[in-house]
Design a protein around this ligand. Structure first.
Ligand code: IPM
Ligand code: MG
Length: 362
């Protein structure tokens, strides 16, 4: 088994280092190889996703990814910006199924901006389609308008599109995931306005007939955004397109207290996956040793479960994380009065200690 390690930019290097320490202490047999990605790769090789990095990612069984991006690259032409690295990896590896679980740990109920009773026990799974939609649809660009409200004016455009197989496969992923949970899927669309999402809704409904044991409902994205803060526990599995999923998963992250807690997995049809925290590179706190490494550590657990077939090791990481939270250890993003503030490294140490202690005491 081989893991490609791509720490990236900003806090990426700090948090991935902690996840690697956690993986090492589990004493599993796998090989790791690191490479530059994002702004770091641009600095060294002139491209955010160099050929060598892409090759390493393609050949590995799994990719452990930190984060990319920094404001200082905002002025670069789009194809050279750090974000292109993650988009390129998704596209080239065919990582169409993005799992973003939003779990509110009991100890973090007070870290959320929502009332405790709304989020205590929250456990939802957002399944975001990741290689289609307006993110990748062609054509796109800038031109002179020939029609519309201002013919002759400069305009920009992107294309929202989905093909039948793209919608079918993500719908299957959602129904199958729901079977392992409470057998409910909410498909989020904008069928009242967009042709693409009427098509989406029709296909999800069709695929749903193959899963009579799973309850399916449909919700418009604006209403879903509202329901997520009004009654988030009503959701179980949420399946949606690339752009709506981007937005709703950030919203769902905040329900859990901090985006610093949210892992994610992006899988292709052969279960090869890229695992990354749902948060970004946070250049404002990079290098300060204060970032929360738990989302990355939990992403490593997802990697063990989904791509490396090591479910027991994944369980051990997840229970170690619960243990450190129960001990009252908190990085700044999840800190609240009465708990102990720790840095990135100390949080990693605590997770490692929780795992080793469990090994000794069985
Ligand atoms: C995410 C991020 C990315 C996205 C960016 C960095 C391209 O926001 O993974 O949610 O929009 O998908
Ligand atoms: Mg996002």
């Amino acid at each position: 088994m081989k893991i490609a390690v791509l720490p990236g930019d900003g806090i990426g290097t700090e948090i991935v280092a902690e996840a690697l320490r956690v993986l090492e202490v589990l004493d599993l047999s796998f090989e790791t190889e690191s490479a530059l990605v994002g702004g770091a790769a641009y600095e060294a090789h002139g491209h955010p996703l160099p050929e060598s990095t892409l090759k390493l990612a393609k050949e590995a069984d799994a990719v452990l990814f930190g984060a990319v991006g920094d404001w200082k690259y905002d002025k670069l032409e789009r194809s050279l910006r750090p974000e292109q690295a993650i988009l390129g990896l998704r596209k080239n590896l065919g990582l169409f199924a993005n799992f973003r679980p939003a779990i509110c740990y009991e100890q973090l109920v007070d870290a959320s901006s929502l009332k405790p009773e709304l989020i205590a026990g929250l456990d939802i799974l957002i399944i975001r389609e990741l290689t289609g939609d307006i993110y990748f649809g062609q054509p796109r660009g800038r031109r002179t308008a020939v029609d519309g409200h201002f013919p002759g004016a400069e305009e920009a455009f992107d294309t929202m599109r989905y093909s039948r197989p793209e919608v079918e496969r993500i719908a299957h992923v959602a129904f199958q995931a729901a079977r392992k949970r409470s057998k409910r899927v909410t498909s989020v669309d904008k069928a009242n306005v967009l042709e693409t999402f009427q098509f989406w809704k029709d296909i999800v409904t069709e695929v749903g007939k193959e899963y009579p044991d799973v309850e399916l409902d449909h919700m418009y994205v604006d209403n879903a955004a509202m329901q997520l803060v009004k009654a988030p526990k009503k959701f179980d599995v949420v399946v949606t397109g690339n752009m709506f999923g981007d937005i709703l998963s950030d919203e769902a992250a905040m329900l859990t207290g901090s985006i610093g807690m949210l892992p994610s997995a992006s899988l292709n049809s052969s279960n090869q996956g890229l695992y990354e925290p749902s948060h970004g590179s946070a250049p404002d706190i990079a290098g300060k040793g204060v970032a929360n490494p738990l989302a990355t550590i939990l992403s490593a657990a997802m990697m063990l479960r989904f791509s490396l077939n090591q479910p027991e090791a994944a369980d051990r990481i997840e229970s170690a994380v619960k243990h450190v939270l129960a001990q009252g250890l908190r990085t700044a993003d999840i800190w609240s009065a009465g708990t102990t503030k720790v840095g990135t490294r100390e949080m990693g140490d605590a997770v490692v200690a929780a795992i080793t202690k469990k090994t000794i005491t069985g």
